[in-house]
Design a protein around this ligand. Structure first.
Ligand code: 2YH
Length: 264
């Protein structure tokens, strides 16, 4: 997944409102409702300590403040530590954080210190975007297309298989594809099959991964990918409902996921 930029995080609250409206219209539930249903959890005054991390490419100016906005929007108490890194970790735990959130250039994690549950943004994002695609109320079958089988796509494909969907997937990386076929039992998608889908979960860091041959008219595309894999002209022509947003949906999934007890 590409490193977020401050531009990606501009207008987060407008992007949240717009996506929440689309998600509710196409699935019947808003983001909060989907998280509650997906994980069977609800916030209960947990305190989230958010720690800026300076390693690698360093601090992204609006990253931790965006996380604080999201944490509070979903009903958690939150704070950003004054210091970064290990000093920030010490500060967060000393101030009574129940959940720690922090990201470097490779992993973005939420760790619930009370129940020891830990999740990466890759997995939580894959699961929720795949889940949103699978809830499309206008879908005409249980066939769903997954584009991209990296860490996000694989987690989403695995979730969809567990939910009992007919998962077709593609990835230019043959090793990724073979792994998902062998470990998850997904079917490789081949454009020669001329099969079209009404539910698409796209998880690549590339533009233009979705072509006309893959989609039905009025389908749902759910994607955390930056840039968006759906070319705007195809989205318009096929009247696609598009769920795409850079941070909020994945973070909501992380927060509700670490509230779960047990090995679910
Ligand atoms: O954006 C990222 C990486 N793409 C990891 C995402 C994993 N899904 N990291 C954010 C880095 C934030 C920075 N260290 C800060 O401001 O604390």
């Amino acid at each position: 997944m590409a490193l977020l930029t401050p531009q990606d995080l501009e207008n987060l609250s407008t992007q949240l409102e717009e996506n929440d409206e689309i998600i509710k219209r196409v699935t019947g539930l808003d983001i909060r409702g989907i998280c509650e249903d997906l994980y069977g959890t609800k916030p209960d005054s947990q305190k989230v300590g958010i720690i800026p991390i300076t390693s690698g490419n360093g601090i992204i100016s609006t990253f931790t403040s965006s996380l604080l906005f999201i944490v509070e929007y979903f009903g958690f108490e939150g704070f950003v530590t004054e210091h970064p890194d290990v000093t920030g970790y010490y500060e967060a735990v000393s101030q009574g954080a129940d959940i720690i959130m922090m990201a470097d250039d490779h992993i973005f994690t939420a760790h619930n210190l009370r129940n020891e549950k830990i999740v990466s943004n890759h997995v939580a994002t894959g699961v929720i975007y795949a889940d949103i695609a699978s809830r499309f109320t206008e879908a005409n079958s249980k066939d769903i297309l997954v584009i991209g089988l990296g860490r996000v796509g694989y987690a989403g494909a695995s979730h969809l298989m567990k939910k009992g969907f007919n998962v077709y997937a593609c990835d230019p990386n043959r090793e990724f594809l073979q792994k998902a076929v062998g470990e998850l039992g997904i079917k490789p998608y081949c454009s020669d099959d001329r099969k079209k889908f009404s539910m698409v979960f796209e998880a690549t860091p590339n533009a233009d991964t979705i072509s006309e041959g893959m989609i039905e008219e009025r389908c749902l595309v759910s994607t955390p990918g930056i840039p968006c894999g759906l070319p705007p002209e195809i989205g318009k022509k096929y009247r696609v409902d598009l769920v795409m947003e850079p941070l909020v949906i994945g973070v909501a999934s992380m927060l509700y996921s670490v509230l779960q007890n047990g090995n679910s």
